[in-house]
Design a protein. Structure first.
Length: 288
């Protein structure tokens, strides 16, 4: 058995990324059976095949044209140096930084101090670019795992590695000297398919789901004379929907969409200006 469609989408199969991406695709009605994870899945309605692999493999398959698009790390795409791949959508998943980390007692040394030193990393291209930009020549030691321990074992003088909080670096006696790039999981596509309707479908639907997850709908009633005060408190992401209430001309019914992280703050403020019957509604999808 081979994938049915030439338009192929790479899906990370590792336990950290897979559940989040599968959830997005399911909520966006692109993939309806994420519990069935095989080597590939054909989606006949969308005329595309989902191909499962490691994020690093997806970046390589995008580079050689085996995949049309896929979900992988921005860092992996930039490290590949392939100009035929474009970032289509950032997902806000797996955010971290690629950093130059040095022994804590050397944190104040100028960048020129590292001339001729050994730097351990799995991102040789991005590391080389960083030091060349700063006019410094270093020896690169390419490693595939456990980068943060290479200074302690005297295999390197410093490292370039990914970190979310820096805690693991600090535990190994290192401190962040420079941030090279900010990275996260992205939808990336080959340039020749960027304008394909299927790319637009994935982008539009995932954007709608992500916006819905970040938003909350709040509905309430407000005395007509206090409508202006309520709108000053919370005018919504666009503008409020205001409607009369059948059988009661003293109030307006108002509906707004606001950031979910401000839900309780806004409801408290609305109550303070005279709103009643305030309630919030979770959103499943949007097109804002």
């Amino acid at each position: 058995m081979k994938p049915l469609f030439k338009f192929r989408v790479g899906i990370p199969k590792n336990d950290r990324l897979y559940p989040e991406i599968a959830s997005l695709l399911t909520q966006a009605s692109i993939w309806r059976d994420p519990s069935r994870r095989r080597l590939f899945v054909d989606l006949e309605k969308q005329e595309m095949s989902l191909i499962f692999g490691r994020a690093s493999e997806i970046a390589l398959s995008l580079a050689d044209g085996t995949l049309s698009c896929g979900f992988t790390g921005r860092d992996l795409i930039l490290e590949s140096g392939n100009t035929e791949i474009e970032e289509v959508l950032a997902l806000g998943i797996g955010k971290c930084s690629l950093v130059f980390a040095v022994p804590q007692d050397l944190i104040n040394e100028p960048i020129s101090y590292w001339e001729g030193k050994t730097i351990a990393t799995s991102f040789t291209r991005l590391t080389r670019e960083f030091f060349e930009k700063n006019g410094v020549s270093v020896h690169l030691k390419e490693v595939t795992g456990g980068v943060e321990g290479k200074v302690a074992t005297e295999e390197a003088d410093a490292i370039v590695d990914l970190t979310e909080t820096g805690t693991t670096l600090e535990a190994n006696g290192l401190k962040i000297r420079e941030h090279l790039i900010q990275t996260e999981t992205i939808l990336a596509a080959r340039k020749e398919v960027v304008n394909d309707p299927r790319i637009e479908l994935i982008k539009t639907r995932l954007t709608g789901v992500m916006l819905a997850r970040e938003s909350i709908m709040i509905e309430y009633m407000i005395p007509k004379e206090k409508l202006g005060d309520a709108i000053k408190v919370a005018g919504g992401q666009k503008s409020p929907t205001v409607a009369p209430i059948y059988g009661d001309d003293r109030y307006f019914a108002v509906r707004i969409v606001e950031p979910r992280n401000r839900e309780n703050e806004i409801m408290d403020k609305l109550k303070s200006v005279g709103a009643v019957g305030i309630f919030s509604v979770l959103l499943n999808n949007t097109r804002i």
